[in-house]
Every structure is written in C-alpha cells, then in structure tokens.
Design a binder for this molecule. Sequence first.
Ligand SMILES: [Zn+2]
Length: 86
Amino acid sequence: MPTRSCIICRKKDEKSNLFRIISDNNIAILDKSQKINKRAVYLCKDIKCIEKAENSLKKGKLKVKIGINKDSFEVLLNDVKNELGE
Ligand SMILES: [Zn+2]
C-alpha cells in the first residue's frame, strides 16, 4: 500500500486515509477519486490537522509546493470540515 505524509503533522498513512488535494490551475480541488493525474498534497482526515492548516494558512505560514491559491484552499478546508461532519 502506498503511503503519503500529511502536510501538517507529517504522519504517514495510506492514501485512502488522507484527503488528497490537487492544484488545477492554482485552484485547490479535493480529489475524491484519488486518481486525478496532477501533483497532490495530502491532509489527515482529522479535524486537528484541518484546523491547523486553516490557522497556518491565515498566518501565511502554510507552504504548499504545488501552487494553490490561498482563497481556494480556504474554501476547500471548509468543505473537508463539512465532510467530517463538523
Ligand atoms: Zn495530519
């Protein structure tokens, strides 16, 4: 099983246990299929990591190497929070 690291806590897990986020022309998209052939970052399906990501993003400290527009990332993080039923 391929493992990936969460961009926040760096914990390694199977891809299927993480949210896969891709950049499509700098717009953050949640890749639910996990198969879209674009560069991706991964985030734990854990409210703690999502909230940390939000805080880092607001402070301008979240570095995402794949080139994602900040506003679109904020929208996506909101969506994944809803996904978790928060
Ligand atoms: Zn994490």
